[in-house]
Design a protein around this ligand. Structure first.
Ligand code: NDP
Ligand code: GDR
Length: 328
């Protein structure tokens, strides 16, 4: 039975990846940090099949312990302060978790289980102010936020540990990927969640920032498979994972509203509070290396992704509406 240690299991990707590995017959160890309220929304249905280990990416001793306890064949470092918007307000915490946290994980693995295979969750945000379109593994980086600057450090540390210590360390440069398990502050889920509430009469407006930015949005369930595939190769390497399509935030909004039969222009309000100090205007990935070497491909297209998320949020709030009806 293969053993995997995953950080960030309670987040979107960690939940899909742990489910995927459990189905493959892995024994999955899940790092969780201490929280004052329960955090199991994304893993509720299978949380008892996970072997939980308490720890924090900023605490090297807890990571050493986690690697010791789990004795992993594969380590997936998905934990991060992952919200770009928050990274300007909390640049140092973001640096500690999203940047130095990677060094901590690499050190824990190097010290305790150097032959374990290591995956680092890198990001298309590292391309930032893009030097070429589409972006591929060889495109120069130009981070535009404290988040992406921290991620860039984590990326290069992963490459460096591979080159310095011959560790099997891979960096997955993943473009945006979404799902019904996406956190509510990210623009896709914010949109689908609010569209569902507007449709059911629970809200009457959607406040957004920049509608013109373009993202290459895929489905998270497809992307976690790519992480696993990277660690099954003969040699460690870095790969771009993307859909090869880009859409504006406005297009996402239009599709989500029209799916429930509403005109978005009646409900969307542009709000300065959601504009960023520096923006990443356009992301579009070229994942031909992954398609060729990993034999990876996406299974969900853009419109289906939006519909999947709206459907989920409609179901979520339907019960609230029904409960209200029973009370009245
Ligand atoms: P989420 O924000 O949904 O999940 C982040 C996870 O990290 C949560 O489980 C969170 O735990 C955990 N975490 C945060 N801080 C710490 C800490 N100090 N110690 C231990 N755990 C911590 O992110 P996603 O699932 O969307 O993304 C997974 C990874 O992939 C992240 O590193 C992200 O930056 C990166 N990425 C994501 C992309 C995307 O489009 N989703 C694209 C490219 C890269 P808790 O529940 O306690 O908050
Ligand atoms: P991003 O995702 O910054 O690409 O990072 P996010 O969904 O937060 O923003 C996407 C784009 O939408 C614009 N936008 C808004 N964003 C939010 N959150 N809220 C709004 O109201 C809003 N209005 C417009 C943003 O300005 C931006 O252009 C995600 C995260 O998962 C990172 O961890 C990951 O590395 C990258 O994707 C790839």
């Amino acid at each position: 039975m293969k053993r995997a240690l995953i950080t960030g299991v309670t987040g979107q990707d960690g939940s899909y990846l742990s489910e995927f590995l459990i189905k493959k017959g892995y024994k999955v160890f899940a790092l969780r940090r201490r929280t004052s309220t329960p955090i199991y929304v994304n893993v509720e249905s299978f949380k008892d099949q996970l072997n939980w280990i308490d720890g924090d990416l900023t605490d090297l001793s807890s990571l050493i312990r986690a690697v010791q306890i789990s004795d992993p064949d594969e380590v997936y470092n998905l934990a991060a302060q992952s919200f770009v918007g928050t990274s300007w307000g909390q640049p140092l915490a973001t640096g500690e978790i999203t940047g130095i946290g990677v060094a901590n994980m690499l050190e824990a693995v190097r010290l305790m289980k150097p032959d374990a295979r290591f995956y680092q969750a890198s990001t298309s945000e590292m391309f930032g102010k893009v030097a070429e379109i589409p972006q591929r593994e060889t495109t120069p980086f130009y981070p535009r936020s404290p988040y992406s600057a921290a991620k860039l450090y984590g990326h290069w540390m992963t490459v460096n540990y591979r080159e310095s210590f011959s560790m099997f360390a891979c960096s997955g440069i993943l473009f945006n990927h979404e799902s019904p398990r996406r956190g509510l502050e990210f623009v896709t889920r914010k949109i689908t969640n609010t569209v569902a509430r507007i449709k059911l009469g629970l809200s009457d407006e959607l406040r957004l920032g920049n509608l013109d930015s373009k993202r290459d949005w895929g489905f998270a369930g497809d992307y976690v498979k790519a992480m696993w595939l990277m660690l099954q190769q003969e040699k460690p390497d870095d790969y771009v994972i993307s859909t090869g399509e880009t859409h504006t935030v406005r297009e996402f909004v239009e599709i989500a509203f029209s799916y429930v039969g509403l005109n978005w222009k009646k409900y969307v309000v542009q709000d300065e509070r959601f504009m960023r100090p520096a923006e990443v205007d356009l992301l579009l990935g070229d994942c031909s290396k992954a398609e060729k070497q990993l034999n990876w491909k996406k299974s969900v297209n853009f419109a289906s992704l939006v519909h999947m998320m709206v459907d989920y949020d409609l179901d979520l709030y339907q019960s609230v509406v029904e409960e209200r009806r029973m009370v009245l």
